[in-house]
Design a protein around this ligand. Structure first.
Ligand SMILES: Cc1cc2nc3c(=O)[nH]c(=O)nc-3n(C[C@H](O)[C@H](O)[C@H](O)COP(=O)(O)OP(=O)(O)OC[C@H]3O[C@@H](n4cnc5c(N)ncnc54)[C@H](O)[C@@H]3O)c2cc1C
Length: 310
């Protein structure tokens, strides 16, 4: 997948000697100026280690770029944090309140053999609120020969009284209404495990993608319950990696539109947050209907913004 991104960057750079690419910069603010380059963008230099990105704090870490027009390709949560006056307007606040962000987490582990398929271990009943979310056999790697299990795929929609009321739902039914895979009390520790400062388990990815012993124990207890086998029958993983979509800059896995809002108004509003400005926004968080939350949706918003405004 990264080769697609790398080739696209190369094409962009080859297309004109005026094109350039600067990595590891976080857009902090946009200011207006009285000049043909109407916008002054302030970027903070960042550094990423073990999947964690942080601002650099030294006197050279602020970078200023001037622009006539801007296209921002950043998620909605990060967009809302940029210091730019139109993003504090009533119009933009209304757009934000027409959407909500779904948190998500995934934990993968690999094994020498697919123990979950052996001896008819797989569950014969659906377990309510197991805390694992969804579990998938992810197949065998042609490179390493190892078998991968997506041990847990959780999605957490924050309980929101207004959303519940708009759907005519009883608050107790909310979690069931989105597929019955969410256990809000159980899912939260998984989603917050990234904050843990404990060391990773043996074989785990480091940093932001690490799996700690408490997280593994939490998942193994529930796997044993779900498969109806003793906890000690589950082998130790050879490798493990976790992803948590909850924090800045993503804020969540994807964005949904609240009932009661007109979808096109929301999408068109985000694409150009202020009619007075040549600042445009693209990305899957702003894509339409069934494309939201998919790479295809992100690419379609680029096409639509370029077609309509450039
Ligand atoms: C668990 C999960 C599974 C998924 N599975 C699939 C799948 O199977 N197929 C599929 O098509 N899609 C999938 N998606 C969705 C897919 O990942 C997104 O739709 C896609 O990455 C969105 O692309 P984007 O360019 O809009 O935003 P992103 O890929 O989120 O890129 C935005 C970039 O902006 C950067 N950024 C943020 N703030 C700033 C700032 N202030 N300054 C500078 N840069 C900033 C971020 O670091 C990031 O690099 C999945 C998503 C999740 C969470």
């Amino acid at each position: 997948m990264s080769s697609v991104v790398e080739r696209t960057f190369q094409q962009f750079l080859n297309a004109s000697s005026k094109h350039s690419l600067k990595k590891n910069r976080r857009l902090v603010s946009i200011r207006e100026r009285k000049d043909k380059y109407r916008y002054k963008l302030n970027f903070k230099e960042t550094v990423t280690a073990d999947g964690r990105t942080q601002d650099l704090h030294n006197w050279r870490s602020n970078n200023i770029v001037c622009a006539k027009r801007i296209i921002l390709a950043i998620p909605m949560f990060a967009l809302s944090k940029i210091n730019w006056a139109p993003l504090r307007s009533r119009h933009f606040t209304d757009l934000l309140s027409g959407t909500f962000i779904v948190h998500a987490s995934k934990v993968f582990m690999t094994y020498k053999s697919p123990w979950w398929l052996e001896d008819s271990k797989y569950p014969t009943r659906t377990l309510q609120a197991s805390g694992l979310g969804e579990v998938y056999g992810w197949g065998q790697s042609k490179v390493s020969g190892l078998h991968t299990l997506l041990v847990s795929y959780n999605k957490l929609i924050a309980t929101d009284e207004q959303w519940v009321a708009n759907n005519g739902l009883d608050e107790d039914l909310l979690e069931d209404s989105v597929g019955g895979v969410i256990d809000p009390n159980a899912a939260l520790p998984i989603l917050l495990d990234e904050a843990s400062h404990l060391p990773p388990i043996k074989g785990s990815a480091p940093g932001a993608n690490q799996v700690t012993a408490p997280l593994k124990d939490y998942l193994y207890d529930r796997l044993a319950l779900a498969f109806g086998i003793p906890r000690c029958a589950i082998p130790e993983p050879l490798s493990a990696i976790a992803g948590f979509w909850i924090k800045y800059p993503y804020g969540g896995g994807w964005v949904l539109t609240r009932p009661g809002y007109t979808f096109d108004d929301i999408i068109n509003g985000f694409r150009r947050p202020s009619d007075q400005h040549d600042v445009f926004v693209v990305g899957s968080d702003y894509s339409s209907r069934d494309k939201t939350g998919w790479v295809e949706g992100a690419l379609l918003t680029v096409e639509s913004v370029l077609k309509e405004f450039f």
